[in-house]
Design a protein around this ligand. Sequence first.
Ligand SMILES: [Zn+2]
Length: 410
Amino acid sequence: MKEDLIKRFTTYVKVDTQSNEDSETCPSTPGQWTLLHMLADECKAIGMDEVTLDENGYLFATLPSNTDKKVPTIGFLAHVDTTTDFTGKNVNPQIIENYDGKEIVLNKSLRVVLSPEEYPNLKNYIGQTLITTDGTTLLGADDKAGVAEIMTAMDYLLHHPEIKHGKIRVAFTPDEEIGRGPHKFNVGAFGADFAYTMDGGPLGELEYETFNAASAKITIRGNNIHPGSAKGKMVHSAKIAMELHSLLPEDEVPERTEGYEGFYHLISIHGDVEETKMYYIIRDHDREKFEAKKANLQSIVNSLKEKYGQDKITIELADQYYNMKEKIEPVKEIVDIAYDAMKSLGIEPKISPVRGGTDGSQLSFMGLPTPNIFAGGENMHGKYEYVSVETMGKAVQVIVEIAKRFEERA
Ligand SMILES: [Zn+2]
């Protein structure tokens, strides 16, 4: 299984599938189509049924049930794209066998070194096989580790008919990194009762709580006039923006929050006297606090409108996704099954609230409850990204074990 995982993973990461938020198409980039077509062929080659790749780049496949019992249909999902933050072109994966716990020189000429002093998690992998970058690109373990794990688990189950399971659906999806992953996901056509994204980080991660998320676009219009004759006439939009920001709670920002603490995050501000544009995101796990944060920003804007004129400021508030917990809690057994599956494999489950969203946060609200399970990657989205083959192997076992457990309890 180890060789299969390495072969699959190193093949997938060599395809440049970086997504692009400026693109209007779905998938947003042609490289994703390349990998999706490769995966469709592979699904057929290993013997999966109902392999479909729709016009939006959603690849579905089925592993038919091999039991007489009536078992819920479960799905496993992974995304094929990589982040916009760092290049995924010409990825050249390096395999380090039997890792000794010391520095790993990723790139000698560029002096890029992956060191356990900076990244102490490396110490968890002594004796294991690591896959790293060559120091010039990201690796793409997020989420090609998940893709390789699901494919390998399906291949394994096809070769082990003695392991009984219900119908399993697999989905490989585009554009997660630009937040569009679930946008064109056809939940009806997928036809699963529950699903899991294999898109978490290190061993044991199990997540079913995410932020509630909204964005706010604020435009402030000023009035520019020669500063020599500006008295009583100039309206300075950038200064109104500074005033607006100063009215938000100082400590509710990403750099001062953790755990279940939410925030307002000023992503960008561009402006001068005449016009200033501000872009905020608002995040909170708690739905009431989330609504209160949006209301607070709105009322700050209202008070500034009173002060400077109704036409001076506009705000566009839009919800982006919600905490999936609301949809998972009524079917909490799907988390328990994953938890027990990990335990039985000697993995300590690590449940913590995601300070972000997953594809599952949107899918859960589209009718497909979808917690998230570790895929194994560390230091995602940059040149220090790496993954342990042993962790990927554990993820494969977790998938198999979950499939088994759904059958056993049916
Ligand atoms: Zn991911």
